[in-house]
Every structure is written in C-alpha cells, then in structure tokens.
Design a protein around this ligand. Structure first.
Ligand SMILES: Cc1ncc(COP(=O)(O)O)c(C=O)c1O
Length: 397
C-alpha cells in the first residue's frame, strides 16, 4: 500500500516525540528539549501579530492569492531584504511558500532526479536528506568540523563535487550545531560554487536568532554566483503554526531562469500559500516590533546556562553555539559503555529521566555520538533538566 519512497522518510525530531508520548502515559514528567518551536515555550506570539492575522480574515483576505504570493507581501519583502542585507531582489524574484519547508521541497523537486546530487552540511537538518531521497536524488553531506567550531571542511566539500552535483546548500546559523559560519568561510564556499557553476541554497531561518556576531548574508557576499535564500516567519516572528516562508533569488546574471520557471510551475500546481498569513506578514514587516530582540536576550541567558552546565559534565564535550537555539554535545561512548549508540542513549535518557532530546544520528552520519537539546525552556526547567542529566551520567561511569 505504501510507496517505498514514503517508507524511507525518517524525521528523528518527531519520532522521538512519539516515544515521549508513550513514556508520558506512565505518568512521567517529560522535558521537551526536542522541538525547535519557541511558541510552545514561554515565547508568545505578540498580540499585534495575532491581531493582524484576525484582521486579514475580517478584511476579506480569505481567497487564493497569486501562486507566487500576494504582490504587496513580495514588495515589502523586497524592501526588507534591501534594508536588512543591502541586497537588490525585486518582487518577481520572491516566492511565498508554506514555510521554508515548502521552499526546500520546491527547489529539490525542481533540481534533482536520476540520482543527481545536492551537497548539504553534515550533520544535517533531516528535511534536506528526506526530500533529496524522495525526489530520487542523493544528499551528499560535506563535513562540518567539530574541532573547528563546526565550520565546514572546505576540502571535503570540494572533493565531493562531481558532474552529478546540482547545488550547494548552506544553513547558517545551523541546525543542529547552533553555529554560524564565518564570513571568510561563506566567501570560500561562494568561490567554489562559482568555480563549478553551482547555485547556493541558503537556509536563513535563524538569521535573526544570533548572539555575538552579526549575520552575514551569502547573497550580499556574492557578485555573480546565484544564491537562493530561504527564510520565513516561523522562528523570528513566533508564528511557527502559520506555515509561512519565502524564497528569493539573488541572481545578477540570470543563470536561474529555467529553475525559476520550473519552480513557478510547481507553485501554480499547489495554488497558493496561506492568504491570511501573507497579509498579516505585511504588517509584521512594516512593524517588526521588539519581540525578536527580547527573545534573543532571553535565549542568550538560557544558552549560557545550558552550555555552562553541559561542559562541566565528564564525558561530554560541546561547542558553544552562537546562533539558533540548539546545543549539540558529543558523548564519549568509550567512557559510557552502557549504551551502544546515541539512539540507545537518547531513549534510555528519556525513559529514565523524562528528558527528551534528539539522537544525533537522526541528523545524518556526521551526527552520530551526539544528542541535540534545545535551550528554549525557562532557566528553572533547564536547571531541573541538567540536574537530572548530571545524575544520570554520573551513574553511568
Ligand atoms: C534549518 C531549518 N530550516 C527550516 C525549518 C522549517 O521552517 P518552517 O517553519 O519555515 O517550515 C526549520 C525548522 O526547525 C529549520 O530548523
């Protein structure tokens, strides 16, 4: 009944949640450190944003909009890209999507077939792997080097390019490592893409969730290499459930005409992204508010707390994240012989303590021996979590 391509989909972030639901049935308190959704923690969608969504519906914006997205939204996004990153993208080169998720789906569906390849960071956000395989492509992971603060291993990236390669994907700030690549590294990747005539796909969903350094826009760093930027309203504007994102083409030499035409065709086949969310998003762009900054301030404290607790635990090492809201510690399984791998560890941790993290191998081969914890919960909760984790690991020595 079920196609092989669907059987092969795996999404560890949600799969561990299913195990957590079973554990919860026994009455155990669950600490959800698995899902990157600020709205389910104490980051509420600001009232003016909820109001904008209601207003959009009351003002009659309940129809199918243009498949590329409402023109007013795309014009406003064009102004925002200019203002934030000084890049010139006109409204026709922007497409509103049902989250970055749909944008990734569109691009990969249009780019890949017959075992063509896409270079993705490893460890990887699972969606890239799933969609690449779903469309009969091959996701090829280039190494993010943990010993070099998770920066891409540029030689590994270069060595993995061949005549089947169709694009290089970057995700900075990164999920799951939480690290933002340096500007120097981004320039090197752009140069390599130029050398091999490949477009860059840049997942920028965490561009505003950054702690120390400013965000470097790959499109702003590129003169002629096409960059397809992906972003949305889920994280920075606390609207994960609205399912609204967008993609933009920074393509000064018109190298992406075919791809753009293909993606537009695919977009028409699914009618449109949510109309009310799009009209409400115009209001957010015109009046970005203070919620993102406030969220980042709170998160910084939670990151510091979590990082300081983690690094004191024997058998764990962790790179300090400077973006997004994840920590990706490594477990020394030579010390912790009790567990056979990261999945075994994550499930035992969940059953014993109620702490629900995501096993690292769910983020591809480079994620093995790790676990991903979000630091979205309040400090009081994080304190309980790290006390439990510390005890759990002390007993394992
Ligand atoms: C790197 C990355 N890209 C994309 C998404 C999905 O974003 P959206 O809600 O816009 O579909 C996520 C969600 O966690 C993510 O971490």
């Amino acid at each position: 009944m079920v196609s092989q391509r669907v059987k092969e989909i795996s999404y560890a972030i949600r799969e561990i949640a299913a195990v957590a639901n079973n554990v919860a049935k026994s009455g155990k308190k669950i600490y959800h450190l698995n899902i990157g959704d600020p709205v389910i923690y104490d980051f509420n969608t600001p009232e003016y944003i909820s109001q904008a969504l209601a207003d959009a519906s009351f003002n009659g914006k309940n129809f199918y909009v243009d498949s590329l997205g409402a023109l007013e939204l795309r014009e406003e996004l064009s102004k925002t890209l200019k203002k934030s990153y000084n890049i010139n993208v006109n409204a026709d080169d922007i497409l509103a999507t049902s989250g970055v998720t749909e944008a990734i789906f569109f691009i990969i569906a249009t780019l890949l077939e017959n075992k063509n390849e896409i270079l993705i960071p490893g460890p990887s956000y699972p969606l890239y792997i799933n969609y690449a395989k779903f469309f009969d492509g091959i996701p090829v992971e280039y190494e993010l080097d943990e010993l070099n603060d998770w920066e891409p291993n540029i030689e590994d990236l270069r060595n993995k390019i061949n005549d089947k390669t169709k694009a290089i994907l970057i995700c900075s700030p990164n999920n799951p490592t939480g690290v933002m690549y340096s500007e120097k590294m981004l320039k090197e990747i752009i140069n390599i893409a130029g050398e091999y005539n490949l477009p860059i796909l840049s997942d920028e969903i965490y561009d505003q969730i950054i702690y120390e350094k400013p965000f470097s826009s790959p499109a702003a760093l590129s003169n002629d290499v096409p960059v397809i930027g992906l972003n949305g309203f889920s994280k920075s504007h606390l609207a994960t459930g609205w399912r609204l994102g967008y993609m933009y083409y920074h393509d000064p030499e018109n190298k992406l005409e075919d791809l753009k035409t293909g993606i537009a065709k695919l977009a028409r086949a699914r009618l449109s992204a949510s109309s009310v969310a799009q009209y409400a998003a115009i209001e957010i762009l015109k009046n970005p508010g203070t919620h993102t900054k406030e969220m980042v301030n709170k998160l910084k404290e939670r990151r510091d707390y979590s990082y300081n607790r983690l690094r004191k635990i024997e058998g764990i090492t962790c790179v300090k994240p400077n973006g997004a809201f994840y920590l990706f510690p490594k477990l020394d399984f030579e010390e912790f012989t009790k567990w056979k791998d990261d999945k075994d560890f994550a499930i035992d941790l969940l059953k014993t303590t109620g702490i629900c993290g995501v096993y690292g191998s769910g983020f591809g081969d480079y994620g093995t021996n790790h676990v991903r914890f979000t630091f979205l919960p309040k400090i009081e909760i994080l304190e309980e979590v790290y006390n439990l984790l510390e005890n759990f690991l002390i007993k394992a020595h």
